[in-house]
Design a protein around this ligand. Sequence first.
Ligand SMILES: Cc1cc2nc3c(=O)[nH]c(=O)nc-3n(C[C@H](O)[C@H](O)[C@H](O)COP(=O)(O)O)c2cc1C
Length: 185
Amino acid sequence: MKILAIVGSPRLNGNTNFLVDQALDEAAKLGATTEKIVLSQHEVSPCLGHDNCASLAACIQKDDAGWIIDKFYEADGVILGSPVYYLNVTAQMKAFIDRNYFPYKKNIRAKARAVGIIVVAEQMGIEDTLYTLHQFVDWVFFVGKSRRFVVSGYANKQGEARKNHQLVAEARKLGQKMVASLQQE
Ligand SMILES: Cc1cc2nc3c(=O)[nH]c(=O)nc-3n(C[C@H](O)[C@H](O)[C@H](O)COP(=O)(O)O)c2cc1C
């Protein structure tokens, strides 16, 4: 069972990365193979919008989006983690979302049967950010609401989420729920 997390925060020691690590750690303890891809550590350029995807064998942009999307489509479970930036996902996450237009135009849908969503804000914008991520999930996966596990909460400075014991427990629980969900048929 493979669970892949895609993280949109550029802060490697930030709140989102910390919470995603908690979820993955719990999933690994229960036997899942886990991997985390932090988008800012790779080159994922914004979509160029030519809209010729359907007639092309591969995206014309030769950056890291191709292999990341391949892994994303093959994982049994995926976690999407983003802080709120100006009331929505970060630019890194939005670029990643837009690059999924290529498989979308080819009518390819991802394999994952469980999805986790982790969102952190200082004070506002969680609802719109969750809306964006849920809409994206609707486009990419055949995963209904009962197999989507969401954790969101408030933190700002690096390390703040770590001190929020309830949030940490919820993130760990998300990892457990994903494994349990993937163990069901
Ligand atoms: C460019 C930028 C925009 C932000 N916009 C918002 C926002 O709209 N609403 C909010 O509550 N917090 C906002 N924040 C605060 C972050 O969501 C908050 O610091 C979060 O904990 C960062 O997560 P991270 O540690 O995982 O990077 C913003 C931060 C930055 C750097």
